[in-house]
Design a binder for this molecule. Sequence first.
Ligand SMILES: NC(=O)c1ccc[n+]([C@@H]2O[C@H](COP(=O)([O-])OP(=O)(O)OC[C@H]3O[C@@H](n4cnc5c(N)ncnc54)[C@H](OP(=O)(O)O)[C@@H]3O)[C@@H](O)[C@H]2O)c1
Length: 265
Amino acid sequence: MHVRPLAPQLEVGVVGLGTWSVFDVGSDRQPLADEVVATMLAAGGRLLDSSPMYGSAERVLSAALGDRRDEAVVATKIWTSSVAEGRAQFAEHLELYRGRVEVEQVHNLVRWHQHLGWLEEEQAAGRIRALGATHYSPRAFGELAEVMRTGRIQMVQVPYNPGERECEADILPLAQELGLGVLGMRPLGSGSLGRGPGPEELAALGVQTWAEAVLVWDLSDPRITAVIPATSNAEHAAANARAGEHPGFSPEQRHRVEALWRARR
Ligand SMILES: NC(=O)c1ccc[n+]([C@@H]2O[C@H](COP(=O)([O-])OP(=O)(O)OC[C@H]3O[C@@H](n4cnc5c(N)ncnc54)[C@H](OP(=O)(O)O)[C@@H]3O)[C@@H](O)[C@H]2O)c1
C-alpha cells in the first residue's frame, strides 16, 4: 500500500479504518471487528480512527488490535468541554492503547483553546506523536483554519468524497502551505455510496468495486494524506485496502467518477 506523511516522522498507509458506528457493538460482534482489523493490517493499512464519542468503539478497537498494537497508528480524539474530563479520556486512551497514542485530535474543535496546552505537555512527554483537530461541518472551517495557523497541530481531519468537497476551497491549500497532514473522513459519503457502475466501467478505471473507485478518487488529490472508510465487513476492508495500491486517477478519470457519483442510484 502507498504511504504518505501524516505528520513529521509519521508515515501511514493511505487507506485506514474508521470506527464510528460500525465498532460501537457488543461483545457478540467482537469477532467481526477482529477480522476487519486483521484484514486491514494484512493489507498494509496502519491507521485506525476512533473517539470517545463512538460508544464502545474504542474498547472494541483495542481488543481487536490485541498483540498487534505496535503495528497500528492510533488516531483518536478528545471530545469534551472539560479539561478534567479530557484528561480522563486521555488516561483511558493510555490504558487502551498501551501507554501511547500516535495521533490525538480535538474532536469537532470542542474547547480547543483549553485542551491544546495540556495535550502539548503530553506530546512533549512522548505519549502523543502528533496533535490534530477535526470538524465535520464546513461552517466550522474558518475556526479550523485558525487552529491550523497557530502552528500547534500537525494534522486535520475533514469530510472528503465526490459529494463533499468544501475543504478544497481553503483547508487543503492551507494544509499544503503549512505542511499539515489531512485525513479524509466520510470518504465513501457515510453510507450514501449507492449502486455504482457496472464491471466494464470499473475495469476501465482499474478497480474492481465502486467503493474502490470512490476511495481512489479521494486519494487522487495528493493533499489528502489518507482516508478512513468505516466498515464492519472484512470483504469490504480488503476491497478498500486495494484502493491504496492504485496509482491514482488522471483528471479525466476523476471527472468520470464525479459524473458516476451524480448518476448513482
Ligand atoms: N471527526 C468527525 O467529526 C467525524 C465525523 C464523521 C466521521 N468521522 C470518522 O470518519 C470515519 C468514516 O466516516 P463514516 O463512518 O461516516 O462513513 P464512510 O466511511 O464514508 O462510510 C461508511 C459506510 O460505508 C460502508 N462501506 C465501507 N466499505 C464499503 C465497501 N467496500 N463497499 C460497500 N460499502 C462499504 C459501510 O458499511 P459496511 O459496514 O457494510 O461495510 C458503512 O455503512 C468514521 O468512522 C469516523 O472514524 C469523523
